[in-house]
Design a protein around this ligand. Sequence first.
Ligand code: GLV
Ligand code: MN
Ligand code: MN
Ligand code: MN
Length: 406
Amino acid sequence: MKRIDGHIETLAQYTSTIDKGVTRIVYTEEDKKAKAYLKKLMEELSLAIHEDQIGNIFGVWEGSAPNLPQVWVGSHSDAPTNGGKFDGVVGLIAALESIRILKSQGFQPVCDIVVVIFAAEEPTRFGIGCIGSRALLGMIKESDFDSWVDETNRTLREVLLENNKDPVRVLDESLKPDRIKSFVELHIEQAVVLEREKAVIGLVDVIAAPTEIQLVIHGEQRHAGSTPMDLRKDPVPAASEVVLLVEELTKQNSTSVGTVGKMTIKPGTSNVIAEKVELSIDIRDINKEIKDSIVLKMKQEVSKIMAKRGLFYNWEVKGDDFPSKMDEANLQVIQQITERLELPYKVMPSGAYHDALIMSRKVRTNLIFVPSKEGISHAPEEFTSTEEITSGIKVLTEFLKELSYS
Ligand code: GLV
Ligand code: MN
Ligand code: MN
Ligand code: MN
């Protein structure tokens, strides 16, 4: 228990916002320190460590038949701006703790068990999530290295080079999916379902997927005092209409959610009519058809708003994932384990996405949840108790044992 708390508190110190939650953006000093700490934990467990060119880190516990397909377990170590202490790292700590328990029991896996720290699950830096798992599965294109840029206009390629990584080798390194027997991620729920149901384990059956759009509305930069209202090309009221549209279209369906999480007004001065507004739009659903129809309607309505206001705009789809079902047979196995351990559980969807969403495209994948207090996440108040994490670890340990035994 103390060990788990200790890891969480130590990792929480690797933040660029010491006074407000955990901010750990990929390829920054904080992110490197967190990864170094996790590597040290891997070393203590005598795992064989290697790292790929996008920054995913692997700790391998060699089985007695290392040629067999491997069992993978892991999550991410990056955190969004002013996020919490638990998102991502709980899955990594749980994976390492499970291995520690199995080793202390004298267990010897038949196939390898691989702990993976995904390079970057949060979209904070490049506007697209799960870069590590996408790269691993060969799901990024050569051109993405140049088109994905951060706030300082540095491309993913430049950032990788600055970090002594070789972008050219990233795509060559993509994994052969048949090398993996199964992948499992343990994660905090980030919603209120488990708390409401008085359950401690969530067995995820489907993960909702986002469509991530970057909308840039171009106006005409003019004087705020001397330009009459009828002569303005102001992108800010147009952006406001878009924000309301996102809310209106997604509210019409109980499974859909829509968020404008980032809006930048440029140049951003009180007495200047803006030259442009940049907005991020994130639309999610567990049903692809519903999500696609919302995105289509939104695109049509945005076009009407801009035509009405005589504004140019640029609509760029940065990511368009589809929802994914978790592996049914292994879900049954996890359910049986949970019942055996007498832990109350709930089979449920995940509204948040995870590396498990990407991994499930090519690999048998499962996702296990532990509760989040009041469902709060991506905020400094995020909380999961050590007891709850420990329950998750018990389930994970048994699952890894069953999977790696043959
Ligand atoms: C990632 O953390 C997401 O679900 O937005
Ligand atoms: Mn997150
Ligand atoms: Mn996460
Ligand atoms: Mn997530």
